[in-house]
Design a protein around this ligand. Structure first.
Ligand SMILES: *[C@@H]1O[C@H](CO)[C@@H](O)[C@H](O)[C@H]1NC(C)=O
Ligand SMILES: *[C@@H]1O[C@H](CO)[C@@H](O)[C@H](O)[C@H]1NC(C)=O
Ligand SMILES: *[C@@H]1O[C@H](CO)[C@@H](O)[C@H](O)[C@H]1NC(C)=O
Ligand SMILES: *[C@@H]1O[C@H](CO)[C@@H](O)[C@H](O)[C@H]1NC(C)=O
Ligand SMILES: *[C@@H]1O[C@H](CO)[C@@H](O)[C@H](O)[C@H]1NC(C)=O
Ligand SMILES: *[C@@H]1O[C@H](CO)[C@@H](O)[C@H](O)[C@H]1NC(C)=O
Length: 479
C-alpha cells in the first residue's frame, strides 16, 4: 500500500465512522402508493436538500434502493403484511428476501432496520397475522444473521399504539392488550434479545377523528389547560401520555429498558375538518420542537425520541378506507412542493421544494361554460370521474369544500383528466367539458397539474457531484 492509498484509507475510515454513527433528527416515511410518483432520484435529492437523514420504506423497491445508494441516508426497510405468511412458514423465503433485498444493496445503502409487516396486529385484520408475525420475524432475523449483518441490521415490527392500553386514565395503568398479551411478550422478548427497538405508530389525529369529545388542545404540543397528573408526572399532550403508556407496559413486563422508535407520526392536511394546513403545521412543528428539545417524556426524561414523520409526500392512490384524509399526510404535495412552513430542526429554516420535476402541459379540464347544471349527464359524469380519480378534497370542510357547483364539477373532471395524463379523450364528458389554459384554482382549492411520468423528457438527469461519487468509491475500495 503506497502512502496515497493509506491516506485515502484513513479518510475513508473517518467517513465510514461518521456514516456508522446514528444520526439525530427526524426521519420520514417514504411511501409510493401514488398514481404519478416522483422519480426516486428526485426524492433522494429532496431528502438531502432538507437534511432528512433517515427514511422508512414500506417495501424493498430496487429503484428506490438504487437511488439511495451512497446517499448516506439511513434506511429502515419494510416488508408488506402479505409476505408474512410465506416468510413465517418457509425459512428459505426469508433467506431469499434477505439475499435479494438486503444483501444486494447493503454495501452501498445504509440499511439499519428491517421492519417486518405493517401494523399486523391491528384489530381490523381480524387476527389474520397473529400466528405469522413472530415466526416471520424470527426467520428474517436468522436470515439476516446468517448473511453476516446481525450487528448492523436490527429486525423489528411496526405496531400501532392499539397493541397497548391503560386500565386507568393515566399512563401508569399501561399494559399490553389482554387478547394479545402473551404474543406481545414474546415479540418484546424477541426484540430485546436482538437489540432491536419497539417500533410504534402514534396518531393523535386519529384520536381526535374517532372521538368528538377528545380534548382538542391535548392532541397538540402547546399545552392543555387540564393536564393529567399521574403520580406527580404531568401530561399536557397525548403523544407523551401514549408513549409513556408503552413505557409502563414494557416496564411492568420486565423490559423497561427496551428502546422505542416512533415509526409514524404526523398530521394530514385535507379530507377532514381537522385536516388542514394550519393544524398540520401546528402539530408537526410542535412534534419536531418537542423532539429537538431533548426533554424526552415524563417517564424517559432527557431521552432522545427517535421518530419518523408520516409522511414525506402525498400518495393519491392509497385506500380511503381509513378516511378521506388518508391521501394527504405528506409534508410535501405529490410533486414535492412544500405545503407549509416547517423547520425540521436543521440548518434550513423551511422546507426545500423538489428540484427537476417535469409537469404536463399547463392546462386543465373544466365544465364547459355552455353546459347546463341541469344536464342529466352531469351526475353520472362526476360519479365516473370521482370513481376513477381523487375527489377526497371535495367533501365538507375540506380544501375544495367551498366551491360552487360548477367549480366542484370542474374539479372532478380536471382530477380525472390529469390522472389520465391529459389525454384528449379524458376531457370528453358528454359535451360537458372543455380544456382551458386559465388556472381554475380558487382560494384554498388547488387544481393540480400532474407530473409528467410518460414522456422521455421526464427522465431528467440530476446534476450530481460526480467527482464525489468517484472519490467515495475509491475510498471504499481501499478498505
Ligand atoms: C424483495 O422485496 C420485494 C418488495 O417487498 C418483494 O416483492 C420481493 O418478492 C422480495 N424478494 C424476495 C426474494 O422475497
Ligand atoms: C374482518 O371481519 C369483518 C367482519 O366479519 C369483515 O367485514 C372484514 O372484511 C374483515 N377484514 C379483513 C381484513 O379480513
Ligand atoms: C436499565 O438501564 C440502566 C442504565 O443503563 C441500568 O442501570 C439498569 O440496570 C437497567 N435495567 C434493567 C432492568 O435492565
Ligand atoms: C383548520 O381546522 C380547524 C379545526 O377544524 C379550524 O378551526 C380552522 O379554522 C381551520 N383552518 C383553516 C385555515 O382552514
Ligand atoms: C361537490 O362534489 C362532492 C363530490 O362529488 C359532493 O359530495 C359535494 O356535495 C359537492 N358540493 C357541491 C357544492 O356541489
Ligand atoms: C355532443 O354534441 C354534438 C353536437 O351537438 C352531438 O352531435 C353529440 O351527439 C354530443 N355528444 C354527446 C356524447 O352527447
Amino acid at each position: 500500500m503506497n502512502m496515497g492509498w493509506l491516506f485515502y484509507g484513513v479518510v475513508g475510515y473517518m467517513i465510514l465512522s461518521i456514516i456508522g454513527s446514528r444520526v439525530d433528527g427526524i426521519g420520514a416515511n417514504w411511501g409510493t402508493q401514488a398514481t404519478h410518483p416522483l422519480q426516486p432520484e428526485i426524492v433522494v435529492r429532496l431528502l438531502k436538500d432538507n437534511e432528512i437523514q433517515k427514511v422508512k420504506l414500506f417495501e424493498a423497491d430496487s429503484s428506490i434502493l438504487n437511488a439511495l445508494s451512497n446517499s448516506g441516508i439511513e434506511v429502515m426497510l419494510g416488508i408488506p403484511n402479505d409476505m408474512l405468511y410465506s416468510l413465517a412458514t418457509d425459512a428459505s423465503a426469508a433467506e431469499d428476501w434477505v439475499s435479494q433485498n438486503l444483501s444486494s444493496h447493503i454495501s452501498s445503502v445504509d440499511i439499519r432496520y428491517v421492519a417486518a409487516g405493517n401494523e399486523p396486529l391491528l384489530a381490523t385484520y381480524n387476527g389474520s397475522y397473529l400466528t405469522t408475525t413472530l415466526p416471520a420475524l424470527q426467520n428474517i432475523r436468522s436470515a439476516v444473521v446468517n448473511a453476516g449483518y446481525g450487528n448492523q441490521v436490527k429486525v423489528t415490527v411496526p405496531l400501532n399504539a392499539a397493541v397497548y392500553q391503560s386500565s386507568t386514565t393515566v399512563p401508569s395503568g399501561g399494559d399490553f392488550r389482554a387478547d394479545i398479551h402473551d404474543l406481545m411478550l414474546q415479540i418484546v422478548d424477541f426484540l430485546n434479545a436482538g437489540g432491536a427497538p419497539f417500533l410504534v405508530n402514534i396518531y393523535p389525529f386519529i384520536s381526535l377523528y374517532d372521538d368528538p369529545h377528545f380534548p382538542f388542545d391535548y392532541a397538540f404540543f402547546n399545552g392543555y389547560s387540564l393536564p393529567l397528573n399521574d403520580n406527580g408526572k404531568t401530561y399536557d399532550n397525548v403523544f407523551d401520555a401514549n408513549y409513556d403508556t408503552l413505557v409502563w407496559a414494557l416496564e411492568k413486563n420486565g423490559y423497561g429498558n427496551l428502546s422505542i422508535i416512533v415509526g409514524e407520526i404526523g398530521w394530514p392536511t385535507d379530507g377532514d375538518k381537522n385536516a388542514n394546513l394550519t393544524l398540520a403545521q401546528r402539530f408537526n412543528q410542535g412534534c419536531i420542537n418537542h423532539i429537538s428539545s431533548g426533554n424526552g417524556t415524563p417517564m424517559r426524561p432527557n431521552a432522545s425520541i427517535d421518530a419518523y414523520l408520516f409522511s414525506l409526500i402525498d400518495e393519491d392512490d392509497k385506500s380511503t378506507e381509513p378516511g378521506n384524509f388518508e391521501r394527504h399526510w405528506g409534508i410535501f404535495y405529490f410533486d414535492g412542493t412544500p405545503k407549509y412552513e416547517l423547520n425540521l430542526g436543521t440548518s434550513n429554516s423551511g422546507l426545500v421544494a423538489a428540484k427537476g420535476v417535469t409537469y404536463l402541459r399547463k392546462q386543465w379540464c373544466v365544465m364547459s361554460p355552455s353546459a347546463s347544471l341541469g344536464d342529466p349527464e352531469v351526475a353520472p359524469s362526476v360519479s365516473y370521474a370521482c370513481a376513477n380519480a381523487d375527489c377526497t378534497s371535495l367533501g365538507y370542510e375540506t380544501s375544495c369544500g367551498n366551491l360552487n357547483a360548477r367549480q366542484n364539477i370542474s374539479y372532478a373532471f380536471n382530477n380525472y383528466y390529469q390522472r389520465q395524463d391529459q389525454l384528449d379523450s379524458a376531457c370528453k364528458f358528454s359535451n360537458l367539458s372543455v380544456v382551458t389554459k386559465a388556472d381554475p384554482s380558487a382560494g384554498t382549492c388547488k387544481f393540480f397539474i400532474m407530473i409528467d411520468t410518460t414522456s422521455s423528457d421526464a427522465v431528467v438527469s440530476i446534476s450530481f457531484p460526480r467527482m464525489h461519487v468517484v472519490l467515495l468509491l475509491l475510498l471504499l475500495g481501499t478498505l
